[in-house]
Write a protein that binds this ligand. Structure first.
Ligand SMILES: [Zn+2]
Length: 528
């Protein structure tokens, strides 16, 4: 993404913000909108397929549908006869899907005699020109720019309205502990439009004025502040609260509770664990605080630690490509039980048993239903798997009509450690290429180990095989973080966060093997 793209997106955002922030969504309005979306689901899906695929010569899905012998009329009959999901499952069985590698353009699509590469920009639902530019992670310098329009954020905020309503009446004091950037801007606006309550505080785990941070991050926060100020609902400037010392957030939460507010904090799951540990150590009770845990699996041990501090934590499942996918059930049957927003997307899974090594879930294939979705997806894997169920839980999110649940959501592609997500391919590149070429040894001489601590916290170690010539641990850590954080994108932010949190310790020790004898790039020591 060029500086010019950034500027154009920034200008468009600035121009659109004032009127945007003046129109939060009311509960009754949200109720009507979701009801209508659920009623017109099949019509909306067919409209998307016709407009974004059959009528668009450069759509990569056209070749897949042709290969399956599926004309528009066939699909229409399938959808009206059996429903959206059944139709998508039929397509999936007939080769109409994209794996995550195909979707990101890392591998060619091969179906029978047809071979082609997916150009990510051809999946954009609209021609260029978003209000918020963000990008998905990519390996070897390939990033998928995602242009998010304010109407997309408004569409998502309709669902957020219920995320607040289901948790009570407030009075809410919303806050975030996230780095500035496109994702944060979209999230802040979504939660404001969906609650009508301005963001009270914005904490950033990275110093927003750090010269190491790409100017894009600072500018996104500035534009958000200026535009929202003109609209009369100023978004606060991000305050630096490093991951290793969440005291300022703990103090603010306690004050907000004392003042009679209900804090609603959005943060990475592992950040929430750190926050809870800090509160517990300081003897501060945060009962009444709500946290929406993002970006990482919400496991039982993590949830339990957070709960010990009095915090109610629910999972949020979202992706940069499609926005929010689901939100935590209020009567969960698993720690990360979420209601699927199936008015926004349709999710299907391939038949067959789950891969026991990878966890209880099966791969998820996502299709977008709303015309406002940044990318048009038809059976696309985002690299995640989960257990998909339908049940009546009795919570308000179910009453809205969202009866599909997901739990056991795990990425089978991204590696998540220390609150940050990395692509497997990036970790492999650094462990197998960068470090051996600099310090010697072979690819299996380096390993990243995440140790799950008793209370669900995480500690990272970079193991260096003792057979390698003596090395300076700081130099190895420096090269690792530098290589992971190369470029100006999200990985750089992650590298900085790891460095500032002192999360990475280098140890001379042979890499660990799994029970089945595998040496994984990221070895996770789970507690029994
Ligand atoms: Zn529920």
């Amino acid at each position: 993404m060029t500086i010019l793209d950034d500027l154009v997106a920034g200008f468009r955002l600035l121009r659109g913000l004032p009127s945007f922030v003046r129109q939060p969504i009311r509960l009754e309005e949200a109720r009507q909108l979701v009801r209508r979306r659920l009623e017109t689901r099949e019509i909306d899906f067919l409209a998307f397929v016709r407009r974004a695929i059959y009528e668009r010569a450069d759509s990569p899905y056209q070749a897949l549908l042709r290969g399956a012998g599926c004309e528009y009329g066939d699909l229409e009959r399938l959808v009206t006869g059996e429903g959206v999901e059944a139709a998508l499952e039929t397509l999936l069985r007939n080769g109409v899907y994209l794996t995550v590698d195909e979707f990101k353009g890392r591998r060619p699509v091969v179906r029978g005699a047809t071979t082609f590469h997916v150009e990510p920009t051809r999946l954009w639902n609209r021609p260029l020109g978003g209000h918020v530019e963000s990008q998905t992670g990519g390996s070897r310098g390939s990033h998928t720019p995602v242009a998010i329009e304010l109407p997309s954020i408004r569409d998502w905020a309709v669902n957020t309205r219920f995320e607040f309503a289901a948790r009570g009446d407030g009075p809410w004091a919303p806050a975030r502990w996230t780095v500035p950037g496109g994702e944060a801007v979209a999230g802040i606006l979504r939660f404001y439009i969906g609650s009508g309550v301005p963001l009270a505080r914005w904490f950033s785990p990275i110093d927003p004025s750090s010269p190491q941070l790409h100017p894009r991050y600072r500018w996104s926060a500035r534009i958000l502040r200026w535009g929202s100020q003109v609209g009369g609902v100023p978004v606060p400037w991000p305050e630096h609260v490093p991951l290793e010392d969440p005291h300022p957030i703990v103090r603010w939460l306690a004050e907000a509770l004392r003042a009679g507010s209900t804090p609603f904090l959005v943060a990475y799951v592992s950040s929430a664990v750190r926050l809870a540990r800090t509160a517990l150590a300081a003897g501060i009770d945060l009962s009444g605080t709500h946290v929406l845990g993002t970006g990482e699996p919400l496991t039982a041990s993590r949830r339990d630690t957070v709960r010990r501090a009095g915090i109610k934590i629910a999972a949020s499942y979202a992706s940069m490509e499609v926005g929010p996918i689901g939100s935590g059930c209020l009567a969960p049957m698993a720690p990360d039980d979420v209601h699927v927003f199936h008015d926004l997307q349709a999710l299907v899974q391939p038949p067959g048993p789950a891969d026991a090594d990878a966890g209880p879930g099966r791969p998820l294939f996502v299709s977008t239903l709303r015309p406002s979705a940044p990318l048009g997806l038809l059976n696309v894997s985002l690299g995640d798997q989960a257990v998909l169920t339908r049940r009546r839980c009795g919570c308000l999110l179910g009453e809205v009509g969202w009866r599909t649940h997901l739990h056991g959501i795990r990425s089978f592609e991204k590696l998540t450690a220390g609150g940050m997500s990395f692509l497997d391919a990036d970790i492999i590149r650094v462990l197998e290429d960068v470090l051996p070429s600099r310090f010697g040894g072979t690819p299996t001489d380096y390993q990243l180990v995440e140790d799950e601590e008793e209370d669900g916290g995480a500690r990272l170690r970079l193991l260096v095989h003792p057979a390698i010539e003596p090395v300076d641990p700081d130099a190895v850590a420096g090269v690792f973080l530098e290589a992971i954080g190369s470029g100006s994108g999200a990985e750089r932010v992650m590298g900085l966060a790891w460095r500032s949190a002192g999360l990475l310790r280098v140890e001379r020790q042979p890499p660990l093997t799994t029970g089945s004898g595998k040496i994984l790039h990221l070895h996770v020591n789970r507690r029994p």
